[in-house]
Design a binder for this molecule. Sequence first.
Ligand code: OGA
Ligand code: NI
Length: 345
Amino acid sequence: MATATKLLLTDLMSGVNHVPSNYVRHISDRPNLSDVQISDASIPLIDLKDLHGHNHSNIIKQIGLACQTDGFFQVKNHGVPEEMIKDMLSIAREFFKLPESERLKMYSDDPSKTTRLSTSFNVRTEKLSNWRDFLRLHCYPLEDYVQEWPNNPPSFREQVGEYCTSVRGLVLRLLGAISESLGLEKNYIVEALGKQGQHMALNYYPPCPEPELTYGLPGHTDCNLITILLQDDVPGLQVLRNGKWVAVNPIPNTFIVNIGDMMQVISNDKYKSVLHRAVVNCNSERISIPTFYCPSPDAVIGPAKDLISHDQPAMYRNFTYAEYFEKFWNRGLATECCLDLFKPN
Ligand code: OGA
Ligand code: NI
């Protein structure tokens, strides 16, 4: 059968035991899987229990430190029920097991679509592909989007909807805590977003016959404000730390939180949007589910006034999130981060 007509990696892959050439990275741009530090101690694990009680100031301190030094942390006792997490992962797995014709109903290569299944990163602009299929959903306000979502598996809308609402609660708690950790009003960041946006991706990384030649996702920063990542029990996420890639191994019932580009801007470079990537492996499929929290397209984003001073001048000009988002999607992950394009003149 001709494989060239397959739209999705999942379908292209059945029976293939070499990585097709459009997935093969240049020798200077490969994951070097043996040179990765395996350690979970390096990404802080923060217990959110008593965030609103006796441990408040201590937790705020830990979050501030993690945002400043790592740009990444893990959270436990985050308030999202264990059962909901389990259901979210199994529904994602079920979706990607549906017959090709059923999945393809959701396919689109248009990044502006609010519900779509696609592959790689941006197939319209990129020459090199990534070893990933993904379903991307806008999810806030839920009632504006839920009708577009898949209704197969039959409980998809209900279960994913509940998950989104619960994760949004966690995001709002974290944004309050992060505002405080910057010495800002608790509501400062939420209010800077205008009409808030929440998107999620269901990432599906099929097993790969030659994982050393390609990426699930190459090194990138997230363009949004903050990302809450749920991963299954298969390792694959790596974070750049002191110039080395560090594997973040899964811990059940924890989320991985990372600072996105917009948080770096609002914090006037105090907090860092850090490079991370996903590698693949030859034995197991892997599922990860990031929730991306972002400003509304017309929100004007810039460094918080209280964080600008004579010693710490504004590191960015003001811009709308729409302007940033457009640049991010069109460069096709070719430049790792586009913050440099928004420095003051
Ligand atoms: C992303 C991302 C990491 C992963 O989707 O932006 O960084 O582990 N995913 O899948
Ligand atoms: Ni990312």
